[in-house]
Design a protein around this ligand. Structure first.
Ligand code: G3H
Ligand code: 13P
Ligand code: ZN
Length: 313
């Protein structure tokens, strides 16, 4: 099967009360870890590349790596998505070069400007069979080089969503309900809770429409511990509680974005392998352990958080 768009994935996920995992990819080991798990569990999957990933690996390599995974698992439904596209030109480049889905993130711009740029991307994408995700509301955290402080973040206003979707023709919408990017989402000692009231209000205004949750890493403490026990310094790293992600997956949220958890798994594996045998200097020895962690994390998400095991066919 060639790469697919997210249209059918989202329809089934919406109706079935589960979500598709959208995992960030930056190198071969990450692509392999994710797709090995998705194949074993027969789960549809979205592989997404940020502008930072493109800068690091070069978009050509990323597209070819994803194509290689498809050659390994031809029956697996895989979408290739641009994460946080910041301009029409960047989205256009991805649309022209094999991506089946793009995000235009103009959430930091005024409402009408966000609508105008999103519509421009939608018009270009739809003519070429590519789908588009946009964002309303602003998440805190770091995406590429843009850092949004907690004070500058803002929840999505449910009053805006219907007009935004109608005027842009966008295919899915990322909303801000209290998640944030990175490994430091909540202060220790606080009680993290997502704004399900906002999510449900959005659902009421947009029946049947797929919602996207960014910043949805749960920051597994077992990996944070391994990192810290092997020379790392991740103090007070905290993520979204998994029961809240499960609840989100049962709702209109059809796509759940996970990057930080994979970074933690990869880093824990590499640190542990190097610490356990300081004589190692073959990258395969430690990258293999990182890749196995990525696979284990994705398998856990598919089975216990997203609920998309067995939904590939
Ligand atoms: O949304 C942000 C993702 O975690 C991508 O991060 O831009 O550092 O690749 P990155
Ligand atoms: P995390 O940092 O929580 O993994 O979020 C990733 C994300 O939203 C990518 O777009
Ligand atoms: Zn994001």
């Amino acid at each position: 099967m060639a790469l697919v768009t997210t249209t059918e994935m989202f329809k089934k996920a919406y109706d079935g009360g589960y979500a598709i995992g959208a995992f960030n990819v930056n190198n071969m080991e990450i692509v392999q870890g994710i797709t090995d798990a998705a194949w074993e569990l027969k789960a549809p999957v979205i592989l997404q590349a940020s502008a930072g990933a493109r800068k690091y690996a070069n978009s050509v390599y990323l597209v070819k790596l994803v194509e290689a995974a498809l050659e390994m698992y031809p029956e697996l439904p895989v979408a290739l998505h641009l994460d946080h596209g910041s301009s029409f030109e960047l989205c256009k480049d991805c649309i022209d070069n094999g991506f089946t889905s793009v995000m235009i993130d103009a959430s930091g711009k005024p409402f009408d400007e966000n609508i105008a740029i999103t519509k421009q991307v939608v018009d270009y994408a739809h003519e070429r069979g590519v789908v588009v995700e946009a964002e309303l509301g602003t998440l805190a955290g770091i995406e590429d080089d843009v850092k949004v402080s907690a004070e500058d973040s803002s929840y999505t206003n449910p009053d805006d969503v219907q007009e935004f979707v109608e005027r842009t023709g966008v295919d899915s919408l990322a909303i801000a309900i209290g998640t944030s990017h990175g490994a430091y989402k909540f202060k220790p000692g606080t009680d993290p809770h997502l704004r399900f009231d906002i999510l449900h209000e959005v659902e009421n205004r947009l029946p049947g429409f797929p919602i996207v949750l960014h910043g949805a890493s749960s920051v597994p403490q077992e990996y944070v511990k391994i990192i810290n026990e092997h020379g790392g310094a991740l103090k007070d790293a905290l993520g979204v509680p998994e029961d809240q992600l499960r609840e989100a997956a049962r709702s209109a949220v059809c796509k759940i974005n996970i990057d930080s958890d994979l970074r933690l798994g990869m880093t824990a594996g590499v640190r542990q392998a190097l610490a356990e045998d300081p004589s190692v200097f073959d990258p395969r020895t430690y990258l293999k352990v990182g890749r196995a962690n990525v696979k284990a994390i994705v398998a856990h998400k598919i089975k216990d958080v997203l609920g998309c095991e067995g939904k590939a066919f």
